[in-house]
Ligand binder design. Structure first.
Ligand code: 6PG
Length: 466
C-alpha cells in the first residue's frame, strides 16, 4: 500500500494532473526543478480551493524527506535524459517498497531498462501513459499502466479516481508489466499521427482542390462530428478551421506549415518494423511532418516544377467516407502492432480493453472505438480489425470513396500519402496472391536465396541456375 503520494514536475501537464489528484481528495506532495514554479502552483491550488491537502516543497530531496513511506512519486518531466537524471537523484532518497511512476511519454525500451534497475534496488517502477493533453490531465485523462500487479493494486484507487469515465467506467487499466503501458501509449500516439495527417489531407483537398475557405471546411467537419466520424480530433478540427487570427483572416493562415514531432510517432514506426510489421499510415504521417519541416526545399521544388495542383471533382460525402475508411485502416494497423508486441514481449494485451479505455479522455477518442472494442471481443479472423464482421460492411461502403479520393487527388497533384498508404495496405491484405513471387525470383537470381514453390517444394532455385 501507499502512505503518501508525490508529484515532481509542475509543467503544464504536471500541474494539471496535480490539481486533478487534489480535487479527487488525495493528499499530494509536489516539487519542481525551479521553486518559483512551486510557489505559482501553490497559489493556483489555493485559488481553486484545492490547497488543503497540498504539501509544496522547494526541492525533490526535501519533498521525499517529508513524505512518510511507503511513497509513490509521479514524475512529470520531459522524456529521455531528464527522467534518468531524476531517477538517479531519487534512488538514494527512497526506501524499499517505494514506487516511482513515470507518467510522461516514455520510450518503452527505456521503461523496461529502468524497471529492471529500479526494481533490482527493491523499489517498484511503473511506466504510465497519460493521454488527453492539458484538459485531459486536469479533468480526466485516459491512463495506460505498465508494471506489476501489486504495483497496480496499490495505485489503482488514485488512478481510477483521476481518470476519464466512459458511461461511469474508468478509462484506466493495468495493461501488462514493465513497458506495456508506455508501448500502448506510443501506439495510441501513432494512430493519433495517422488520423491527424489524414484529416489534414482531406482539408488540403477541400481547400486547394475544391477551392473552399477554411471556415466552410470547418463547418463541414463540425457536421461530420455528428456522424460516424464523431471524434475529438474531428471536433477540434472544426473549431480550429473556423477560428480567426484577425477579422477575416483564418487562424490556420497565420501558422507556418512546418510540423513538430517529439518522437512517439517515430517510435511506433520503428517498433513496428523491428517486429516485422509495418504501420504505413503512421509512417506516412511521420514522413509528412518531416517533409513539412523542409520548407526551403519545398519552396525550391515549387519554383522548379512550377507546380500548381488541379481542381478535384469530389463531393463532401466522398471525403467523409474516405476519411472513415482511412481511420478504420489506421486503427487496424495500430492494433496489429499492439498484438504483435503482446506476442513478442509476452504481455497478453487485451485489444478490446485497450479500445475501451481509449473511448474517453484521450486524444484519439472517437465513436468508432466502441465498435472496435466490440469487434475484438468477437475475435475477428487473424485478429484483423478490417475482417471483423461489423467492419467489413463499413469498409465496403467507404472504400469506394477512399479509392475515388486517392485517385483524383493523385491525378490532380495533391499529396495524400497517408490515405494512399491506407488504401495500399487494404488492397494488399485482400488479395490472396500478390506479386512477391517476383521478389523471390529476383532474390534467387542475384543471390541464390532460394524460394518455396506453390507445389510445396522448399528451398528451390529457378531455371536461371540450371
Ligand atoms: C496525448 C498526446 C500527447 C502529446 C504528444 C504529441 O495523448 O495527450 O499525444 O502525449 O501531445 O506528445 O506528440 P507530438 O508532440 O510528437 O506531436
Amino acid at each position: 500500500d501507499i502512505a503518501t503520494l508525490g508529484l515532481y514536475g509542475l509543467g503544464t501537464m504536471g500541474s494539471a494532473l496535480a490539481l486533478n489528484i487534489l480535487e479527487k481528495g488525495f493528499g499530494l506532495h509536489v516539487s519542481n526543478r525551479s521553486d518559483d514554479v512551486v510557489d505559482a502552483f501553490r497559489d493556483e491550488a489555493e485559488q481553486a480551493g484545492l490547497a488543503d491537502a497540498l504539501s509544496p516543497h522547494h526541492d525533490l530531496e526535501a519533498m521525499v524527506r517529508q513524505m512518510p513511506a511507503p511513497r509513490a512519486i509521479i514524475l512529470m518531466v520531459p522524456a529521455g535524459g531528464p527522467v534518468d537524471a531524476t531517477i538517479e537523484r531519487l534512488m538514494p532518497l527512497l526506501d524499499k517498497g517505494d514506487t516511482i511512476i513515470d507518467a510522461g511519454n516514455g520510450d518503452f525500451n527505456d521503461t523496461r531498462r529502468r524497471t529492471r534497475s529500479v526494481e533490482a534496488a527493491g523499489l517498484t517502477y511503473i511506466g504510465m501513459g497519460v493521454s488527453g493533453g492539458e484538459e485531459g490531465a486536469r479533468n480526466g485523462p485516459s491512463i495506460m499502466v505498465g508494471g506489476t500487479t501489486d504495483a497496480w493494486t496499490a495505485i489503482r484507487p488514485v488512478i481510477e479516481a483521476i481518470s476519464a469515465k466512459y458511461e461511469g467506467q474508468p478509462c484506466a487499466a493495468h495493461l501488462g508489466p514493465d513497458g506495456a503501458g508506455h508501448f500502448v501509449k506510443t501506439v495510441h500516439n501513432g494512430i493519433e499521427y495517422a488520423d491527424m495527417q489524414m484529416i489534414a489531407e482531406i482539408y488540403g483537398l477541400m481547400r486547394y482542390g475544391m477551392d473552399q475557405p477554411p471556415g466552410a471546411i470547418g463547418r463541414t467537419f463540425e457536421t461530420w462530428d455528428n456522424g460516424s466520424l464523431k471524434s475529438y480530433l474531428v471536433e477540434i478540427t472544426g473549431k480550429v478551421l473556423q477560428a480567426e487570427d484577425a477579422p477575416g483572416v483564418p487562424a490556420v493562415d497565420a501558422i507556418l506549415d512546418m510540423a513538430g514531432q517529439k518522437g512517439t510517432g517515430r517510435w511506433t514506426v520503428i517498433e513496428a518494423v523491428k517486429m516485422g510489421q509495418s504501420a504505413t499510415t503512421v509512417e506516412a504521417a511521420v514522413a509528412a511532418r518531416s517533409w513539412s519541416a523542409e520548407k526551403p526545399l519545398r519552396e525550391t521544388g515549387e519554383a522548379l516544377f512550377d507546380s500548381e495542383p488541379d481542381p478535384v471533382n469530389l463531393t463532401e460525402a466522398q471525403m467523409e467516407q474516405a476519411l472513415l475508411a482511412g481511420r478504420i485502416i489506421a486503427y487496424a494497423q495500430g492494433f496489429r502492432i499492439l498484438l504483435a508486441a503482446s506476442e513478442e514481449f509476452e504481455w497478453s494485451l487485451d485489444p478490446a480493453r485497450i479500445a475501451e479505455i481509449w473511448r474517453a479522455g484521450c486524444i484519439i477518442r472517437s465513436a468508432l472505438l466502441d465498435d472496435i472494442a466490440e469487434a475484438f471481443r468477437g475475435a475477428p479472423p487473424h485478429d484483423q480489425l478490417i475482417f471483423a464482421p461489423a467492419f467489413k460492411p463499413m469498409l465496403k461502403d467507404s472504400l469506394t470513396a477512399l479509392r475515388s479520393v486517392v485517385a483524383r487527388a493523385m491525378e490532380a497533384g495533391h499529396p495524400v500519402p497517408a490515405l494512399a498508404a491506407a488504401l495500399g495496405f487494404l488492397d494488399t491484405m485482400t488479395r490472396a496472391r500478390g506479386t512477391t513471387d517476383l521478389i523471390q525470383a529476383q532474390r534467387d537470381f542475384f543471390g541464390m536465396h532460394g524460394f518455396e514453390r506453390v507445389d510445396g517444394g522448399k528451398d528451390r532455385h529457378g531455371p536461371w541456375w540450371r
